[in-house]
Write a protein that binds this ligand. Sequence first.
Ligand code: ATP
Ligand code: LTN
Length: 334
Amino acid sequence: MTRPRLYSGMQPSADSLHLGNYIGALLQWRDLQEAYEAFFSVVDLHALTQPNDPAERREKTRRTAAQYIAAGIEPSKSTLYVQSHVRAHAELAWVLSTITGFGEANRMTQFKDKSARYGADQTNVGLFTYPVLMAADILLYQTDIVPVGDDQKQHVELTRDLAERFNGRYGQTFRVPMPVIQKDTARIYDLQNPTSKMSKSAATDAGVLWMLDAPDVSAKKIMRAVTDSEGVVRYDKENKPGVSNLLVIYTALTGRQIPSIEDEYAGRGYGDFKKGLAEVVVNEFGPVRARALELLEDPAELDRVLAVNADRAAEVADATLADVYAKVGLLRRG
Ligand code: ATP
Ligand code: LTN
């Protein structure tokens, strides 16, 4: 029985992933890997668009892979690999860039936001073609679904357009993928600034629950989370973003409904609620953190697993790339 294909990935842009990545992405990936033939990459080529020290870059790539596994992505079940280990990604991205309109790429809102933020001098061309590389990731694997956050939806739409354009010009080559957008309830906000999303690139660390934080550090961050002066544990995203965010975390990690959590803490202060939540988070992250650290103690073994998975990925990717090269008329090497 062949299962439909799934593709997703994250940039290795920090030493640790955070609770937003865990709830918004990893937990869903873990569940989806049963019904789908899943490919999960650590997109280190995408991360090259941001400056970083080479040794740190290598380390972040390993750490990100270790955290995928620790969170329950099984490298024997899913194909979990490092993007740059499969050369076809960069090669297909080049071909796709030649069928992408300049104006089309220029409409990508993530590029517009980032280039406005950095200024023209700090904006590299890689940031501009970032969505084309992402399209190559997805299309190489004849992907059916792409689970991503809302901010990536436009990139998946571009991917669909490029697939249809290529198929239209050269005949059926790529499967046209569907985005699967994470639910809004899976969006986690910064504990200190509960109207901005929890992010690897947050200005300060105090509102970010890192998966690899020691338990007492996670607990402290939760106890210090910004709330409001009402003192009632009640979901109201507009008026009580801090408490609502904590409730969303609670429900996401326990599977309990929000009203049942509100009832449990009715008439008790935020202190009790936060203590309860800290316990939930520490219990959840404890084993994940321990497993990630254990994997990182044996980098040679981790690298071996990643290599086996990269070989599996390359088999699929190389077949698609060979088809593309033949279709566009690149002369085959004799
Ligand atoms: P950066 O700050 O470097 O942009 P990030 O922390 O926002 O990074 P991404 O690498 O952009 O994370 O996202 C990886 C995955 O995690 C995506 O599927 C994204 O939707 C999900 N994700 C990231 N942040 C959150 C969040 N706060 N809540 C829910 N999901 C999130
Ligand atoms: N751009 C995505 C990461 C990413 C990705 C992909 C996601 C790169 N290639 C392919 C899904 C499929 C991000 O920043 N979250």
